[in-house]
Design a protein around this ligand. Structure first.
Ligand code: CP
Length: 469
């Protein structure tokens, strides 16, 4: 199987089998890390880091050097022509003509997808705002696999900034796909896992999500000092067990699990302050007791105050191993995307089949509602048309193809008017019966009545009604 010329924008760009095969290649690379310098000779990697990075940038660059390739690098957006107003698409086309592979970190969600759409060469997302960080997830999964031989059936607690943490989002998707038994969510205050991530976990990957007061979440809540909302995601492999359990006891029992901690992503939170007191913190005293004897402690790093330095000598601590394993993982990834190596992909059981959602794309009407206004489609408006997957018709819900945040458009109309099949050019409430009458391919959607009227549509008698059943 060849991964040549593919890009890694989200963790879903690789199948489970491809990820397993990549791990085998990373094993091979790490055993002979000094003997790989023939693989990418003459190849160039463009390393474009428009946000700070230590691990991701330097491990990608080290990986390319170990493979015998060269690196061209930018670490300050102000040193590029983006600062003069050049578009990401134009930059991507140009850099794509200089290099053989691009690694990009950008603060806008969806920026890596735009680079991949325009560069004409493989592109690796090294973190796009709060969206995803798939190569970090490869290193995280690789560490779980190395330490516990399998990912399936593990119980993993994700702690800290679940709202902005791109490593959390990519990892949660991957854990669900690889059939962990449960994912426990222990957010910092106001930093819960976002609704669009939960929908993907429950609807696309078929698990179940439960939210409850701390008293229901006994063991984990006590250990991590939960004051308020905690939650659990049960993957399809384990959901039948939940039906047999009237009381959900969240417990990282038998030690076959991991606590994955993340820092508060202050740079993405605007002016919102958080209560330090309620932010989960991991230290040896928190993890005492037999339940946590074999619990792995993971962190993508950098850490601030959520992970005590006293944990560093603890054999359960994995975070420096995670960082070190980033090099062979990224060597394997680069070698595969450049076609320097091919792999046999094992027949991995995929626990879900991808849903083929209808796509909505028009040059006007509904736009992405990214909460921080941080979606690339809201910035690069000269050439990016908003594009969505229709993930629900009840209520009508769209997922932005760039940042994956959701929108629920208020108003709909039909393009059949355009085709002369309807007499009048009317718009309706998206909660009215018209949603079922208009074929998905004919739907036109608006955020406001003003937008609909600007396109020449007039209100129908159903324009103000959310529900007319
Ligand atoms: N884990 C991670 O992405 O670290 P850096 O921000 O240092 O690259």
């Amino acid at each position: 199987m060849s991964l040549v010329n593919r890009s890694l924008v989200t963790i879903d760009d690789l199948s489970n089998g491809e990820i397993e095969a990549l791990f085998s290649l990373a094993d091979e690379m790490s055993e002979s890390i000094n003997d790989q310098s023939h693989l990418c000779q003459g190849k160039i990697m463009a390393s474009l880091f428009f946000e700070p990075s230590t691990r991701t940038r330097l491990s990608f660059e080290a990986a390319m050097h170990r493979l015998g390739g060269s690196v061209i690098s930018v670490v300050d957006i102000r040193a590029t022509s983006l600062a003069k107003g050049e578009s990401i698409a134009d930059m991507a086309r140009v850099v794509g003509s200089y290099a053989d592979v691009i690694v990009i970190r950008h603060s806008w969600e969806g920026a890596a997808k735009v680079v991949a759409d325009y560069a004409g060469i493989p592109v690796i997302n090294a973190g796009d705002g709060s969206h995803e960080h798939p190569s970090q997830t490869l290193g995280d999964l690789y560490t779980l696999k190395k330490e516990r031989q399998t990912i399936r059936g593990l119980k993993i607690a994700l702690c800290g900034d679940l709202k902005h943490g791109r490593t959390i989002h990519s990892l949660a998707y991957a854990l669900a796909r690889f059939g962990v038994s449960r994912i426990y969510f222990r957010p910092g205050p106001g930093l819960e896992i976002p609704p669009h991530v939960l929908r993907k976990l429950t609807q696309d990957y078929g698990g179940a999500f439960y939210k409850g007061p701390a008293t229901d979440l006994s063991s984990l809540a006590q250990v991590l000092g939960a004051q308020s909302a905690d939650a659990i995601y049960i993957t399809p492999t384990d959901s039948h067990q939940l039906a047999l359990m009237p009381d959900v006891h969240l417990k990282l029992d038998t030690g076959e699990g991991a606590i994955y901690v993340t820092r508060f992503q202050k740079e993405r939170a605007g002016d919102s302050a958080i209560s330090e007191k309620d932010y989960p913190k991991i230290s040896p005293s928190v993890l005492k007791g037999k339940d946590f004897k074999r619990t792995l402690v993971m962190h993508p790093l950098p850490r601030i105050d959520e992970l005590a330095y006293e944990m560093d000598a603890d054999p359960r601590s994995m975070y420096f191993k995670q960082a070190a394993r980033g090099v062979p993982i990224r060597m394997a990834l680069i070698a595969l995307l450049l076609g320097a190596r091919e792999i046999d992909v094992p027949e991995e059981e995929e626990l879900f089949s991808k849903i083929d959602y209808p796509v909505y794309r028009r040059g006007f009407g509904v736009k992405c509602h990214n909460p921080g206004g941080n979606c690339v489609s809201l910035h690069e408006t000269k050439y990016i048309k908003p594009e969505f997957k229709i993930v629900s018709f009840d209520p009508l819900t769209l997922r932005c193809v760039y940042c994956e945040h959701e929108v629920q458009p208020e108003y709909i109309a039909s393009s059949e008017w355009h085709q002369g099949m309807l007499e009048s050019k009317k718009y309706h409430s998206s909660g009215s019966h018209w949603l079922k009458k208009i074929k998905p391919e004919n739907l036109i959607m608006f955020d406001t009545e003003a937008e609909a009227q600007a396109q020449g549509f007039k209100p129908s008698s159903y324009a103000g009604k959310r529900n007319d059943d």
